[in-house]
Design a protein around this ligand. Structure first.
Ligand SMILES: *Cc1c(COP(=O)(O)O)cnc(C)c1O
Length: 377
C-alpha cells in the first residue's frame, strides 16, 4: 500500500459491529468483564480505549513500527519516552530542539537524575564524542526550528547502534507522509500531533511509535503507569484530520516552495531558509532521507522594527505560536518561541531579531504572495 492509500485504509477501518465507516468515539472509562479477567481486550481506558487504539494502530502503520501510543500532548509523549530511563542515565540531545523539549529535560527530568549533553546533531563527530558509557539515547529533530537544519538520520542510527543506545527522532516537522525515521534505523519516533497531523488548530496531542515489540511493551507499561493518555474525542479528531494529511502536505509544500523562491528573488530580504532551496546546507541530505521539504520557511527582513511592520500588515498570516495547520501562521522566533534563549546564544545560532518564521498554509499561494508583497513594501 502506498502512503496516500495507507492514510485512507491504514489501521482499523470503521466499526465491525454496525458497519459505521468512521471509527466511533468510545466515550467510556471502563468495560464489563464476563468473569474476572475475561474481557474483549479493554479493561480501563487509561490502559486502552478502542478509539485511541484505532489511532495508535494507524500511526504505528504509518511510521512502520511495531506499536503506537497516543498522549495528551507532544510534551506528554516525550515525557513518557524519557520515563523509560533511570537516574544516572545520560542523553545526547540536539542543540536546537524544540524549546519545550529542552525545558523538560533540563528543568524537570534533570531533577530525577537524568543527564543530558547538547550537541549539533548535523555534526556526526560531535555526537559520537558526546556519547559516554552511561548514554542511553540520542534525541534529535530534523529539520529543526526555526533554522531548518538537517541531520543525517541513518548515519546517527549507525552511531546509535554501534554504541548500543536508542535513537529517538521528533518527526513533527516532516510527518510520516514525508519522512519515516524508523525505516532509516531510528528506534522511537514521536510527534506533536498538535501540528500537521491534527492540521486544523483544534487539538493538542502527541504520538509515539516504537520500532520493536519489546520496546513497545516497555512503552505501554510507562504509558499506563503515568497515564498521560489522549481522550477518545481528541483521538477521533486526529483520526479524522489525518485522512487528509497527504493532500494537505502536498499543498503546504507546493505553497512553501513557491513562496521560498519568490522571497529569495527579493533584494530586500537578507536570507531565506528553506530546505527546498538549492543553496540550503541540508538540501542534498533531506532528499536522501525524506520525500519532501515541508511547509516551514524562515527569512530575515533585517531588523526587529521591520519584522514588526510585516507582522502588523499581513492579512492572511495569523500571528501565533504553533505551526502545521491549514491556515498560514507567522511568528518572530527571537521574541516568541525562542525568547527564553539568551541574546548572545541566539546570535550564535543565527536566530536574528529580524528573523520571521512562517508556517505556510493551504490558501491560494497567489493570495499569500500578494499579502507578503504589500506587507514588505
Ligand atoms: C509543538 C512541538 C512539540 C511539543 O508538542 P505539544 O503538542 O505542544 O506538547 C514538540 N516538538 C516539536 C518539534 C514541536 O513543534
Amino acid at each position: 500500500m502506498r502512503i496516500k492509500t495507507r492514510l485512507i485504509h491504514g489501521g482499523i477501518e470503521g466499526d465491525p459491529n454496525t458497519g459505521a465507516v468512521s471509527v466511533p468515539i468510545y466515550q467510556v472509562s471502563t468495560y464489563k468483564q464476563e468473569a474476572i479477567g475475561v474481557h474483549k481486550g479493554f479493561e480501563y481506558s487509561r490502559t486502552g480505549n478502542p478509539t485511541r487504539h484505532a489511532l495508535e494502530t494507524y500511526i504505528a502503520e504509518l511510521e512502520g513500527g511495531a506499536r503506537g501510543f497516543a498522549f495528551g500532548s507532544g510534551m506528554a509523549a516525550l515525557s513518557t519516552i524519557l520515563s523509560l530511563f533511570n537516574k544516572g542515565d545520560h542523553l545526547v540531545v540536539g542543540d536546537d530542539v524544540y524549546g519545550g523539549t529542552y525545558r523538560v529535560i533540563t528543568r524537570v527530568f534533570s531533577r530525577l537524575g537524568l543527564e543530558a549533553t547538547y550537541v549539533d546533531t548535523s555534526d556526526l563527530k560531535a555526537v559520537e564524542a558526546a556519547i559516554r558509557p552511561e548514554t542511553k539515547a540520542i534525541v534529535m529533530e530534523t529539520p529543526t526550528n526555526p533554522l531548518l537544519k538537517v541531520s543525517d538520520i541513518s548515519a546517527l542510527a549507525d552511531i546509535a547502534k554501534s554504541k548500543n543506545v536508542l535513537l529517538v527522532v521528533d518527526n513533527t516537522f516532516m510527518t510520516p507522509y514525508w519522512q519515516n525515521p524508523l525505516d532509516l534505523g531510528a528506534d522511537i519516533v514521536f510527534h506533536s500531533a498538535t501540528k500537521y497531523l491534527g492540521g486544523h488548530s483544534d487539538v493538542v496531542a502527541g504520538l509515539v511509535v516504537v520500532k520493536d515489540a519489546q520496546l513497545g511493551e516497555e512503552m505501554h507499561y510507562v504509558q499506563n503507569a503515568i497515564g498521560g493518555v489522549l481522550g477518545p474525542q481528541d483521538s477521533w479528531l486526529l483520526l479524522r484530520g489525518m485522512k487528509t494529511l497527504g493532500l494537505r502536505m502536498e499543498e503546504h509544500e507546493h505553497n512553501a516552495r513557491t513562496l521560498a523562491k519568490w522571497l529569495s528573488e527579493r533584494s530586500d530580504i537578507k536570507r531565506v531558509i528553506y530546505p527546498g532551496l538549492s543553496g540550503h546546507s541540508g538540501h542534498e541530505l533531506i532528499q536522501k532521507q525524506a520525500r519532501g521539504f515541508g511547509g516551514m520557511i524562515s527569512f530575515d527582513v533585517g531588523s526587529a522594527e521591520r519584522a514588526d511592520e510585516v507582522l502588523a500588515k499581513v492579512k492572511y498570516f495569523t500571528l501565533a505560536e504553533s505551526l502545521g495547520a491549514v491556515e498560514s501562521l507567522i511568528s518572530v522566533p527571537a521574541r516568541m518561541t525562542h525568547a527564553s534563549i539568551p541574546a548572545e546564544r541566539r546570535a550564535e545560532l543565527g536566530i536574528s531579531d529580524g528573523l520571521v518564521r512562517i508556517s505556510v498554509g493551504i490558501e491560494d499561494v497567489q493570495d499569500l504572495i500578494e499579502d507578503l508583497e504589500q506587507a514588505l513594501s
